[in-house]
Design a protein around this ligand. Structure first.
Ligand code: C5P
Length: 341
């Protein structure tokens, strides 16, 4: 059986970096949003043993370090199955672009594999395996608008934001995420020495996901985010006592403004990326930002027509860019499967 699925990318609507934890990860607070740009992943299970990764793009490793390999290895172990697994990656998304492509590929491979084997892992097991492979994987098990805390792997599906026109610029620069975190630590150490920005101290461990309906509070904040996307200021987020931790995280993110902390270390290193953000803003984006640690940037637009003009303007400036849209959870799952035969 051959199963083909779409591996959708994500952008980050704000990303706040907290302290460096004893396990080597940083506390994070972010809102992930899936978008329609995607890679294509095919999974085939044949007789025999082993995992084979095929990809024409020389930047993608096809050995045991590939995220698809790493998740397939864990999945066949947990599912207690045998077979020769062939995973083919058709690359369209940038590598090291901050769009979560490698992470999305792994989740797509996991779901493709389960479909091909007609076997499913329990939800908690899926989340555990996904988080083991990388911080950005669990969000793709939810899709749509997702709050990420912990080191990004603790995910809370949020009420979906409306599908919004989006432009993704993909400058030909690969940014190493571990390096960007190290640069952040360097900046904080220097800043603390100079008496600047106090460090947030949190320590979250383990994979958590509240699949049940979000609380009234989360719905309220989610609605505030939606309103922000439709042009209203974010200031109307009300206060109430007795909030849960996820709610507090989301509220903090909304209150401090939807900003990506990585811009503070990535832009000084790659000034051309700051210029791309300015072009997006100058082309009518109501919000523009680096995605993750970059180098991809995105702009959100009120109309597809304005988004199309922004794409043309970026391309004229020599920056690869594509128009797309944000994807609700329902759209994400509806479009996930391409074929199974
Ligand atoms: O989990 P993932 O494989 O994406 O992380 C890659 C590296 O990025 C980690 O080994 C760590 O150095 C860094 N990282 C971090 N804090 C996070 C996520 C990643 O320091 N929240």
């Amino acid at each position: 059986m051959r199963v083909t699925v779409r591996s959708f990318a994500k952008i980050n609507l704000g990303l706040s970096i907290g302290s460096l934890r004893p396990d080597g990860f940083h506390d994070l607070r972010t809102v992930y949003q899936t978008i329609a740009l995607h890679d294509i992943i095919s999974v085939q299970v044949n007789r025999g043993n082993g995992i084979e990764i095929r990809c024409d793009d020389p930047r993608v490793p096809t050995d045991a370090t590939n995220t698809c390999y790493r998740i397939a290895e864990r999945a066949i172990d947990a599912l207690r199955v045998r077979g020769r697994i062939v995973i083919t990656i058709e690359k369209r998304l940038p590598v090291q672009g901050g769009l979560g492509a490698g992470s999305a590929n792994a989740v797509a491979a996991l779901i493709g594999l389960e479909t091909a084997l007609k076997k499913k892992l329990p939800g908690t097991e899926r989340l555990r395996i996904a988080a083991e492979v990388g911080s950005d994987l669990p969000l793709f098990l939810a899709g749509g608008t997702v709050l990420g805390v912990g080191h990004g792997e603790e995910v809370y599906p949020l009420p979906d934001l409306p599908a919004t026109a989006c432009v993704v610029a993909t400058p030909d620069i690969g940014v190493s995420t571990p390096q960007a975190f190290a640069d952040w630590d360097g900046m904080i150490a220097k800043g603390t020495a100079e008496g600047e920005r106090p460090h947030v101290d949190r320590a979250d461990h383990g994979v958590k996901w509240t699949p049940q309906a979000p609380s009234d509070r989360m719905l309220e904040i989610g609605r505030a985010l939606s309103a922000w996307l439709s042009g209203q200021p974010l200031s109307g987020v009300p206060v109430s006592k007795g909030r849960g931790r996820a709610e507090t995280s989301l509220l903090d993110l909304v209150r401090t403004g939807i900003e990506n902390d990585f811009e503070r270390v990535v832009f000084p290193k790659y000034p051309e990326l700051r210029k791309v953000k300015s072009v997006l803003e100058g082309s009518g984006a109501f919000y523009a930002s680096l995605s993750g640690s970059g180098s991809a940037l995105y702009g959100l637009f009120r109309s597809r027509a304005t988004a199309a003009k922004a794409v043309a303007r970026l391309r004229r400036a020599g920056v690869p860019a594509q128009a797309t849209t944000t994807m609700t959870r329902q759209q994400y799952w509806k479009k996930f499967l391409v074929s199974s035969s």
